[in-house]
Unconditional design. Structure first.
Length: 244
């Protein structure tokens, strides 16, 4: 009886160990089985976007003849709607996606300030664009990315008094950085949400009509949040077939 009990315990232990080993071993897929599809972000794309943009600016006054600051320093904020098109190309390496993207937008940014006495400055930006690098990590149909590069915008400033208005326009280049997330809701269509910060450097203008003898320096910078849709000229998800 004792020998039978010992033998039974040994057989039970062997069976349990074998079952555990079997559970810990990966099962071979059936030949020809279709694996879960992985989304392919590589290829050219074209889309549109719309959003809001907010400019932070500042006016500093200098004596034109000497370049000496007068001490006048006035900050102001402007904002509006922006929208346009974007296009680019992606190249995916494992889970990493690298690419180049450009966009061009019309904008309705306007605003400014008025000081006591009815003098002040008006600001308007009619268009903006960028050429940027993009890099991100793909999690199947979701792409989390950062972006940065060249930014260009048209700046229109107006100096005014109760009797005079003086305008000047400048197309200014600067830099932009941002981040976003993009999601493919069909094999070829994606939706995105993106934030970008842009700095356009210094914009200077020597007033000849409204405030002759004085030069005004501005520092336009912007924050923008955009949503967009994109069409991918690629195959989208591709099923991987296991062959053994």
């Amino acid at each position: 009886m004792k020998k039978v009990l010992i033998a039974s315990v040994a057989i039970l232990g062997f069976a349990t160990a074998a079952q555990a080993a079997d559970l810990g071993s990966p099962r071979m897929p059936i030949a020809g089985a279709v694996m879960a599809p992985a989304f392919n972000w590589s290829g050219f794309y074209l889309g549109g976007q719309v959003g809001g943009v907010w400019f932070n600016d500042r006016t500093r006054e200098f004596i034109t003849a000497t370049g000496i600051a007068t001490g006048f320093n006035q900050g102001f904020n402007t904002g509006g709607i922006t929208g346009g098109i974007h296009a680019g190309v992606n190249y995916q390496i494992n889970n990493f996606v690298l690419g180049v993207e450009g966009d061009i937008e019309a904008s309705g940014v306007s605003g400014g300030y008025t000081l006591p006495g009815g003098i002040g400055t008006r600001f308007r930006s009619n268009f903006q664009g960028s050429l940027r690098l993009r890099g991100g990590i793909a999690v199947d149909r979701a792409l989390f990315y950062v972006t940065g590069g060249l930014a260009v915008a048209q700046m229109r400033y107006g100096y005014f008094t109760p009797a005079i208005i003086e305008n000047f326009t400048r197309t200014q280049a600067g830099w932009t950085v941002g981040a976003g997330v993009e999601y493919a809701f069909t094999p070829n269509w994606t939706a995105r949400l993106e934030y970008r910060y842009s700095d356009y450097g210094r914009v200077s203008n020597a007033s000849l009509v409204a405030f002759p003898g004085f030069t005004y320096r501005h520092n336009p910078r912007s924050h923008a949040v955009r949503v967009g849709v994109t069409y991918l000229f690629s195959t989208g998800p591709s099923a991987v077939v296991a062959r053994y």
